[in-house]
Design a protein around this ligand. Structure first.
Ligand code: HEC
Ligand code: HEC
Ligand code: HEC
Ligand code: HEC
Ligand code: HEC
Length: 434
């Protein structure tokens, strides 16, 4: 490979492969064929379930098909594999399109059927049935579209338009598993469910729903009884809508609050040193509140990192975790200052094929730097104050859904300004240098 394209690979995301592979057709096997008319539109549910509609309508499940980053990534991989990707990505991101064959190998959003564009919709989740089977890259859905809508309500009142079916699995992580546990080429890749299942949270039966569908008191349907164990449908995570989308300010506030309750930060710094000594600061991040790795799923593209600043007045003696003029962290992905921040601690990862950067479907190995549940990571920083006096140290744990370099590499640079940085935790210390 030419040096230039090698460098391109080093800075470019893991969505693309850089090797010219012979296209392997990995498209999932056909499913029992459904028709779009087997499923109802979400608006049909909103007349009686307006609260559910509003929350879902501002959720990432609603956004899963419309997300331009997903669409561009799908199209880029499809192109690099000469069409061999098939419908792989549609399985989870546009399940109705996948099941009814309303897909396009590469597509513009506007080309998709409007009902498919609803993403992961009410009348997909509420007709999904056990055994929730999934194998390497392939999901085998069992669906029972039609009159019965499944849930966990006690003694539901007659709905008229549909029947109610009780299914205890809706209250358990297993019902989320098919889309939130992705194995590719026998490599556990985006395995939120498995991380959860192998953790004390799994052992204690603290389910996905307990953290991502919080309970409240209200009416499940207009005219129904008041109940005290209803479930929120906004499915807050870390991802933000980058195009016009309902409830964006609320989405940002909810993510901020989830992330502020994800981890504990502790900072160990001396209170006092002699002017000839260096200052040693140990920063520990504990994943004591998140039910799976931190971050999880598309960890190779997420950015959770430690920012450290040490200063006195206008004299900054040490910085790590700051951004270059493009807004990128100064690791290998920085176009302006590559690898200019050797101390950078970022909890992401990378995908490889034959030792070179790989996309998400052709990988043969990966590096995962995320923190498992109840695990921790300590990063050490050393700096040399250049004068006596009181020095300030500020440490922040920060999160950004994606790095700007990744958007630019997908020709989506216009959305960079939509990428927020969330502050998860912050600590300050003072060191007296004498
Ligand atoms: C097994 C189900 C599954 C498959 C198959 C799948 N994804 Fe995803 N994808 C997810 C889930 C779940 C998330 C959300 C995870 C998170 O927020 O950390 C996600 C998130 C993403 C994101 C970040 C959010 C966004 O939409 O911008 C991108 C981009 C993405 N996937 C692209 C793809 C592409 C491209 C493919 C096909 C190569 C694909 N996915 C296949 C389940 C899947
Ligand atoms: C004409 C009003 C009406 C419409 C339209 C409607 N529902 Fe319902 N639904 C109800 C009522 C009433 C209940 C029971 C509420 C209660 O007992 O608290 C209910 C209950 C449910 C439950 C709980 C089932 C259980 O056993 O736990 C689900 C899930 C559900 N509806 C989904 C849907 C979906 C999906 C749609 C759209 C395809 C929809 N509903 C359309 C009135 C309606
Ligand atoms: C004990 C609470 C808890 C449980 C249980 C839990 N989560 Fe989470 N989840 C969180 C917190 C806190 C975050 C934000 C931190 C992060 O990104 O990991 C999060 C983030 C996420 C994200 C976005 C992650 C990212 O970093 O891109 C997804 C997707 C997700 N959870 C899905 C699930 C699924 C599926 C389950 C069940 C298998 C589950 N969660 C169980 C607390 C929980
Ligand atoms: C990603 C899957 C998913 C989507 C999409 C979804 N739901 Fe649900 N819904 C659930 C789960 C899971 C539960 C049960 C949670 C539990 O019992 O812990 C539930 C519960 C319900 C209930 C029963 C009352 C309650 O709060 O537990 C109603 C009614 C309902 N959903 C309606 C809807 C409507 C209407 C939509 C679309 C606007 C929708 N759901 C979209 C997964 C989903
Ligand atoms: C049909 C597949 C599917 C099912 C079933 C499903 N999800 Fe998702 N989920 C996705 C996809 C795809 C995304 C990413 C959408 C995006 O970011 O564009 C997602 C996003 C999320 C997010 C937001 C992640 C973020 O970073 O913002 C959370 C939280 C979540 N799902 C939790 C759940 C829980 C809990 C369940 C089970 C009750 C569940 N999901 C069932 C496919 C699914």
């Amino acid at each position: 490979m030419k040096l230039q394209s090698l460098l391109f690979c080093a800075v470019v995301l893991t969505f693309f492969g850089c090797k010219e592979d012979e296209p392997a057709v990995i498209s999932p096997p056909p499913q029992p064929q459904y028709k779009l008319t087997d499923f109802e539109r979400a608006e049909a549910c909103s007349t009686c379930h307006p609260q559910y509609f509003d929350e879902w309508n501002g959720s990432m499940h609603r956004y899963s098909t419309s997300d331009p980053i997903w669409m561009l990534a799908n199209n880029a991989i499809q192109a690099s594999m000469n069409g061999g990707l098939g419908k792989t990505c549609f399985q989870c991101h546009a399940p109705l399109g996948f099941l009814t064959d309303n897909t396009k190998p590469t597509f513009q959003f506007s080309e998709l059927n409007e009902q498919v564009r609803e993403g992961i919709t009410c009348d997909f989740c509420h007709v999904l049935r056990p055994p929730f089977k999934t194998t390497d890259q392939h999901i085998e859905y069992t669906l029972q579209p039609g009159r019965i809508k499944y849930g966990t309500l006690d003694n539901p009142v007659a709905a008229g338009v549909h029947e109610n079916g009780y299914d205890a699995s809706y209250d358990r992580s297993e019902s989320c598993r098919q889309c939130h546990d992705l194995i590719v080429n026998h490599i556990p890749l985006e395995i939120t469910f498995t991380e959860w299942q192998n953790s004390p949270w799994g052992a204690m039966s603290v389910e996905c729903q307990d953290c991502h569908m919080q309970t409240y008191t209200g009416r499940a349907a207009i005219g129904g009884p008041v109940r005290d164990n209803l479930h929120r449908h906004d499915f807050v995570g870390v991802d933000v809508a980058i195009t016009d989308f309902p409830n964006k300010p609320q989405q940002h506030a909810s993510i901020d609050s989830l992330l502020k309750n994800s981890a504990t930060l502790s900072v160990d710094a001396p209170a006092q040193v002699n002017v000839s000594e260096s200052v040693k600061v140990a920063v520990t991040v504990y994943n004591d509140k998140t039910g799976h790795n931190l971050p999880t799923s598309v960890f190779f593209n997420r950015q959770m990192w430690i920012e450290v600043t040490a200063w006195k007045g206008t004299d900054t003696v040490y910085r790590s975790g700051h951004l270059d003029a493009n807004g990128d962290l100064m690791d290998a992905n920085s176009a302006l200052n590559p690898n200019a921040d050797p101390d950078l601690t970022i909890f992401n990862g990378a995908l490889f094929k034959n030792g070179e950067p790989s996309n998400v479907v052709q990988l043969d190995s990966l590096v995962n730097k995320t923190i498992p549940p109840f695990g921790s990571h300590t990063a050490n920083y050393v700096f040399q104050p250049d004068a006596v006096g009181t020095w300030n140290i500020k440490v922040r744990l920060l999160f950004r859904p994606f790095g700007p370099y990744l958007f630019r590499s997908l020709d989506a640079g216009q959305y960079v300004s939509e990428l927020p940085i969330f502050e998860m935790n912050t600590e300050t210390r003072q060191v007296v240098v004498q």
